[in-house]
Design a protein around this ligand. Structure first.
Ligand SMILES: NC(=O)c1ccc[n+]([C@@H]2O[C@H](COP(=O)([O-])OP(=O)(O)OC[C@H]3O[C@@H](n4cnc5c(N)ncnc54)[C@H](O)[C@@H]3O)[C@@H](O)[C@H]2O)c1
Length: 256
């Protein structure tokens, strides 16, 4: 997909990868760029810089998500590309509060389902439409010390691949962005995530460049860290060996 003259929505656009995508997409002359985030204070200046339309949205709210898409389509015409990017990650395990597990399911995964629920019938009728899911390398591999994050991101990959399989013949395109470590508050504000990332950290603008290329090529997986593709293959080739390697990495990084 070429972004020129397209109606594009990006969630989680106030910071990090979403912000970088907004700024990068703006250079491709979209017809309209609608930016959504729960944090309006940070979203307003991003929207101004990208000549975009800011909207407040908690992506965990299905009615709010549908209203955002309704408003966008009333004002600018059918959505061509929906970037389900908003998400968050933190350390957690099976002892984490169930409320926190529920919240992460809704923000990281159900937000994609709410958007697809509204968009897919129209896209199938039109014979076109593009869904970009921001998952994570954690959705193909795992994220040490972060069970809710890893599990919900696996589900994001699963939903994206299901959409691609189910609606590909109807003209719907799907890409799944799976970065590893990116220099955003999600990474930098967590000691554990920073420790795992080490020096292997990309800047958000580098990821945004890869997204524009990935959309142009309409490839399912967008891997800003190409080595993630090799790790994913290693995992499929020998699961037990891969788990052993991850346990070793955990001992190296955290000593336990
Ligand atoms: N930073 C990384 O290393 C990394 C790696 C892989 C995947 N990701 C994924 O990239 C996406 C963007 O993360 P980021 O690294 O840019 O983090 P970030 O914290 O810089 O940006 C996330 C944005 O999402 C918004 N947001 C959070 N919850 C929301 C909600 N309920 N409704 C609406 N907006 C909400 C935040 O306000 C923020 O502006 C996430 O889905 C994240 O899981 C990040």
């Amino acid at each position: 997909m070429d972004l020129a003259d397209k109606v594009v929505v990006i969630t989680g656009a106030a910071s990090g990868i979403g912000e970088a995508m907004a700024r990068r997409f703006a250079k491709e002359s979209p017809a309209a760029l609608v930016l959504a985030d729960i944090d309006m204070e940070r979203l307003e200046p991003v929207a101004e810089g990208a000549e975009a339309h800011p909207r407040k949205l908690d992506v965990a709210d299905p009615e709010g998500t549908h209203a955002l898409i309704d408003e966008t389509e009333d004002r600018f015409g059918p959505v061509d590309l929906y970037c389900a990017n908003a998400g968050y990650g933190k350390v957690g395990d099976e002892q984490t509060d169930f409320e926190e597990w529920d919240r992460m399911w809704r923000v990281n995964l159900m937000s994609h389902v709410y958007a697809a629920n509204r968009l897919i019938p129209g896209w199938v009728a039109r014979g076109e439409g593009y869904f970009l899911s921001t998952a994570s390398a954690a959705g193909l591999l795992t994220n040490l010390k972060a069970a809710p994050y890893s599990v919900t991101k696996h589900a994001v990959v699963a939903f994206a691949e299901w959409l691609a399989v189910t609606y590909g013949d109807a003209g719907v395109k799907v890409s799944c962005l799976c970065p590893q470590f990116v220099n955003t508050p999600l990474l930098t504000e967590s000691d554990a995530f920073r420790a795992i990332g080490g020096d292997n950290v990309l800047e958000p603008w580098e990821v945004a460049d890869d997204v524009v290329e990935g959309l142009r090529g309409e490839s399912f997986l967008i891997l800003p860290h190409p080595e993630v593709g090799n790790y994913f293959q290693n995992k499929a080739n020998d699961y037990d060996r891969w788990i052993g390697g991850m346990r070793k990495l955990q001992r190296t990084v955290f000593g336990s």
